[in-house]
Design a protein around this ligand. Structure first.
Ligand code: DIG
Ligand code: MN
Ligand code: MN
Length: 388
C-alpha cells in the first residue's frame, strides 16, 4: 500500500497563519492557544511539509522595535536551519490593522496609501532576507461596502501606481522576486476590487513591469465567485502567469471556508491536481487553509497531513486516469481529426475565407453525433472511487 508520505520534492507549503490559526471566527473566541512561529515551523516539519510562508506580522509584530525584529528573525532562521524548511513565499498583512479599514493601496486617505507602501517595502525586505522567491499581494481590504465611498477608476489607478512603485523597488533592491496577485470577490469587504483571477490577468497587462507579475489563484476564492477553478488556473498557466497557487476547498455560495484540500469538491480537486501534474507545474503546492474550529492541535496535524495525503492520492488517481486504456481510447475518439478542415485552420487568408464560405457542412449530422461524455465521466468517477 503506498504511504502517501509528503517529500520535499512535492513542494507542500503552509502559511504560518494556517496551522497557526487559533479558531477565532466572527461569532466565537479562539479555541486553540497561540503557537510561536518557531513552534509552527517544528509542527510543519513533523508533518512533512517542505516550506512555510508568512505575512510580515505573522512573524514580526507590527509594533516590534528593530532590535526585537532582528531577534525574532534570527530565532526563526535557526528553526528553519534546524528543520530544513524553506520560505518560498512571503506577503504583507495589509488587512488586519485598523489603519487599513478602508483598504491599503486603494484607500482614499493618501497617508494610508503611503503607509501601505512603506509597510510592504519592509515586508518585501523580510521576505527576501528569508529567501522567498514569490511575493504575494492579497488585497484583503481593497474594496467597498458602498460605491458611494470610492471611484472604482481611482481604485484601479492607485493600485496600479502602488504595484508599479513596488516592482521598481524590488528591481532597485536587486531582489530576485516574482509578484503574485491573489483575487477574492468579497469578504472581508462587501465587494473587493480585482475580484477574480481573470480580472487580475487583465490588470497585470496594464502595469509597467508585467513580466514580473503573475497570479496566485485560490480555490476558495474562485469558488466563492461561482467559477470553475481549473479554468482560471489553466488560463493563468497558458499565459505564463501561474506564479503560485493557494490550495484549499470551499462549498459554493459560502463565506471563505478555507477547508482542507479536497474536503468538499473531490472531483474538481482531482482535475486540478491532474492539470498541475500533467503540465509540470513546478511551484509550491501552498495550502492556504485551516483546521475546523472543533480541533485541537492533534486535529490541526490531521488537517495538514490530510491536505498533503489527498493531493498525493489524487496525483496517483490522475496517473491511473492517464493510463486507463478505455479512457485513453475515448479521449482519442473525442479529439479525432481526419485533417479535412486543415485548409480552413490557422492564420487568416482571403483565399481561406473564400473557400470556407463556399464549403458545405451537414449541420444535422454535426448535431446528431453522440460524444460519449457520460461514459467518460463515469469512468472518471470510477477511477476516483477506486474501482478502476
Ligand atoms: C487569503 O487567502 C490570503 C492571505 O491569507 C494571504 O495574504 C494570501 C497568501 O496566500 N492568501
Ligand atoms: Mn481564502
Ligand atoms: Mn489565499
Amino acid at each position: 500500500m503506498p504511504s502517501y508520505q509528503p517529500k520535499p520534492e512535492h513542494k507542500f507549503t503552509f502559511g504560518l497563519w494556517t496551522v497557526g490559526n487559533i479558531g477565532r471566527d466572527p461569532f466565537g473566541e479562539p479555541v486553540r492557544h497561540k503557537l510561536s512561529p518557531v513552534e509552527i515551523v517544528h509542527l510543519l516539519a513533523e508533518v512533512g511539509a517542505y516550506g512555510v510562508n508568512l505575512h510580515d506580522n505573522d512573524l514580526v509584530p507590527i509594533d516590534a522595535t528593530v532590535a526585537e525584529r532582528d531577534r525574532i528573525v534570527a530565532e526563526f532562521k535557526e528553526a528553519l536551519a534546524a528543520t530544513g524548511l524553506v520560505v518560498p513565499m512571503a506577503t504583507t498583512n495589509l488587512f488586519s490593522d485598523p489603519a487599513f479599514k478602508d483598504g491599503a493601496f486603494s484607500a482614499n486617505d493618501p497617508r494610508v496609501r503611503a503607509y501601505a507602501l512603506q509597510k510592504t517595502m519592509h515586508a518585501i525586505d523580510l521576505g527576501a532576507e528569508l529567501g522567498a522567491r514569490v511575493y504575494v499581494f492579497w488585497g484583503g481590504r481593497e474594496g467597498v461596502e458602498t460605491d458611494a465611498a470610492k471611484d472604482p477608476i481611482a481604485a484601479i489607478k492607485r493600485t496600479r501606481e502602488a504595484m508599479n512603485f513596488l516592482c521598481e523597488y524590488a528591481i532597485d533592491q536587486g531582489y530576485d522576486l516574482k509578484f503574485a496577485l491573489e483575487a477574492k470577490p468579497n469578504e472581508p469587504r462587501g465587494d473587493m476590487y480585482n475580484s477574480t483571477t481573470g480580472h487580475i490577468l487583465a490588470f497585470i497587462e496594464s502595469l509597467d513591469h508585467p513580466e514580473m507579475v503573475g497570479v496566485n489563484p485560490e480555490v476558495a476564492h474562485e469558488h466563492m465567485a461561482g467559477l470553475n477553478f481549473l479554468h482560471g488556473v489553466a488560463q493563468a498557466w497558458e499565459t505564463g502567469k501561474l506564479f503560485h497557487i493557494d490550495l484549499n476547498d470551499q462549498a459554493f455560495g459560502r463565506y471563505d471556508q478555507d477547508f482542507r484540500f479536497g474536503a468538499v469538491n473531490l472531483k474538481s480537486a482531482f482535475f486540478l491536481v491532474k492539470f498541475l501534474e500533467d503540465v509540470g507545474y513546478g511551484g509550491s503546492r501552498h495550502f492556504d487553509a485551516h483546521a475546523y474550529r472543533t480541533e485541537d492541535y492533534e486535529g490541526v496535524r490531521d488537517f495538514a497531513r490530510g491536505c498533503m495525503r489527498t493531493y498525493l492520492i489524487l496525483k496517483e488517481k490522475a496517473a491511473a486516469w492517464n493510463q486507463d486504456a478505455e479512457i485513453a481510447a475515448l479521449v482519442k475518439e473525442i479529439n479525432a481529426d481526419d485533417g479535412a478542415m486543415a485548409p480552413y485552420t490557422g492564420a487568416y487568408s482571403r483565399d481561406k475565407a473564400r473557400a470556407l464560405k463556399a464549403a458545405a457542412f451537414d449541420r444535422v449530422a454535426l448535431g446528431a453525433r453522440g460524444l460519449a461524455y457520460e461514459r467518460l465521466d463515469q469512468l472518471t468517477i470510477e477511477v476516483l472511487l477506486g474501482v478502476r
